[in-house]
Design a protein around this ligand. Sequence first.
Ligand code: DC
Length: 216
Amino acid sequence: MIIAIDGPAGAGKSTVAKRVSVALGMTFLDTGAMYRAVTLAVLERGVHPSDAKSCAAVACELNLGFDREGRILIDGRPGEPGIRSSTVTLNVSAVSAHPGVREAVVERQREIGKRSPGIVAEGRDTTTVVFPDADHKFFLNASADERARRRALQEGTLERLDEVRDDIERRDRLDTTRAHSPLKRAPDAIVVEADGLAVQEVVESILERIRGGAPR
Ligand code: DC
């Protein structure tokens, strides 16, 4: 079974998808972590994020995997916390916009999907491009204000809330307007509005839909 959850930066997708996967005993696939891993390697190798060809070459060369807890491994080494650094966050939209990078990463995601009896994938294009035939599709949404507050709380950067919101809005713009696989709601995805809801309430509402077998 494949469950796909997409949505903008900071909507709480990772936490929600992780909890849903644990509740259902399924594999968790954090697709954003894979683009972050490619970006980290691009920066470490001195490749310019706007160099499409070299970025794609890095994406093809890297061995991306996950440990039992669903944390990314880059060539067998833990990618956390490096993939969450502000430099990676600043450059990940540019790197992930290259079609060659996306092709390489999407291929791995589909392989992981094939290997696992059950998977909960989250990202920007898991409902539209990676797993268009997913059994359940969700679009997790929240206002930019709520997402900025959530992210700043998580990162302990509440004093820089305006900056965090600017970054989120900048990434929204880049992620929704790029030519290849932009973030958009699949017509058959169920929209979950997270504003004002606790994470666990979002998780329960998604689990209810899945257990209730609501067709997409
Ligand atoms: O979910 P996140 O913030 O960790 O994702 C980091 C970036 O990766 C995001 O700004 C856009 C890109 N991304 C993507 O292009 N496609 C995905 N399926 C997931 C993430």
